[in-house]
Design a protein around this ligand. Structure first.
Ligand SMILES: *Cc1c(COP(=O)(O)O)cnc(C)c1O
Length: 392
């Protein structure tokens, strides 16, 4: 089999060996139920609580403010629905943005059908929300602001500290979907005035199907999953012990030498962007030029369909994505790219390459070289491109 060049680290990441090694005993040796009182159970309990403390301390929260979920989507659902239902006496208005992950957007649309009012903030050409529009949108009925930390498609990082300040001044809860940011950017929930924060282990070299919602002490929020008394009575169901252990190890590793890792990622990112821009015409970088995730590259290639680009890359052993993993497979252009003002036909030709800890400079060179050939070949089949070339 041809070597795989994996550049889709925003969709998911491989579990690191050290993470897997820590998890394995919890499947078949230390398999006790954390709620059981004998030693086998209490070993599991200790492992869960150790992981909770590690995750809490990483974001300057208390361990008891971390609640495990089955991933980022559940954490998003819980934050939005939980706050909406628990605070509906106070108000029915929620503010979010047009470029959120579907875990947020579809949950807000669901609440709209139940009588909640949602404001979807615009973003500028780089994907940044307008703080004035945010301030003006707040009413007496506003109970929650939910703005993602960093966008999964175009990598743009939002002015989280300013949003937190506005939320606090107005007595409104602030939730952030930080699934793309945790493990890649330093986050202090106190400094940023964050009340709730969603995370998912598989975006930082941990296992899939495990995540957490940070809930600041005192936040009024209903449970989403009811049943047993796990997670201090707030999220029922036997804990995913191996997953929780893996998430704790993964977050620890993620923040080791973070600056060094990010320096390398930014170097590779800029090299990839430059390689494409120097060699291919009619391209456009999506997202903020500098204030973006270290590993995120998102580029539109005019006159090309993103899907055909992906298939051609796959034949060369390169894994990338167009739009987000959840939207590829459909023919709808990404709501994020449309929100930053791209016309439909250009939004269709977008490619996201997201770099991670295992990518190398050789891989970047290989991808640029392959892209040059693929783009030329696909454009040769485009009547529109031929016409544009003639005019020049
Ligand atoms: C991946 C992702 C999610 C969903 O997380 P899952 O663990 O896959 O459910 C939510 N928000 C953002 C920004 C993401 O990138």
């Amino acid at each position: 089999m041809k070597k795989l060049v994996y550049m889709d680290n925003s969709a998911t990441t491989p579990v690191k060996q050290e993470v897997l090694d820590e998890m394995l005993p919890y499947f078949n040796i230390k398999y006790g139920n954390p709620s059981s009182i004998y030693s086998l159970g209490s070993h599991s309990r200790t492992a869960v609580e150790t992981s909770r403390e590690k995750i809490g301390s990483t974001i300057n929260a208390k361990g008891k403010e971390i609640f495990f979920t089955a991933g980022g989507t559940e954490a998003d659902n819980w934050a939005i629905k939980g706050v909406a239902y628990a605070n509906k006496e106070k108000g029915n208005h929620i503010i979010t943005s047009k470029i959120e992950h579907h875990g947020i957007l579809h949950t807000c649309e669901y609440l709209e059908k139940q009588g909640f009012e949602i404001t979807y903030l615009d973003v500028d050409e780089y994907g940044v929300i307008d703080l004035n529009q945010l301030k003006e949108s707040i009413t007496e009925k506003t109970i929650l602001i939910s703005i993602m930390f960093a966008n999964n498609e175009i990598g743009t990082i939002q002015p989280i500290k300013e949003i937190g300040k506005i939320a606090k001044e107005n007595g409104v809860y602030f939730h952030t979907d930080a699934v793309q940011a945790i493990g890649h950017i330093k986050i202090d929930v106190d400094e940023l005035n964050i009340d709730m924060l969603s995370m998912a282990a598989h975006k930082f070299y941990g296992p899939k199907g495990i995540g957490a919602l940070y809930i600041r002490q005192g936040v009024k929020i209903d449970s989403l999953i009811t049943g047993g008394a796990q997670e201090r009575n707030r999220r029922a169901g036997t804990e995913n012990v191996p997953g929780i252990v893996g998430m704790g190890k993964a977050i620890e590793l993620a923040y080791e030498n973070l600056d060094e890792k990010n320096e390398k990622l930014i170097y590779l990112r800029e090299k990839l962007i430059k390689g494409i821009f120097d060699n291919i015409d009619y391209v456009r970088l999506n997202g903020h030029p500098t204030n973006r995730l270290p590993g995120n590259v998102n580029i539109c290639f005019e006159f090309i369909e993103g899907e055909s680009l992906l298939l051609s890359l796959d034949m060369e052993g390169i894994a990338g994505s167009s739009g987000s993993a959840c939207t590829s497979g459909t023919l709808d252009p990404s709501h994020v790219l449309l929100s930053i003002g791209l016309p439909h036909e250009i939004a269709h030709g977008s490619l996201r390459l997201s770099l991670g800890d295992f990518n190398t400079e050789d891989e970047v060179n290989y991808v640029v070289e392959k892209l040059i050939g693929i783009v030329a070949r696909l454009r040769a089949m485009s009547p529109l491109y031929e016409k544009v070339k003639e005019v020049r």
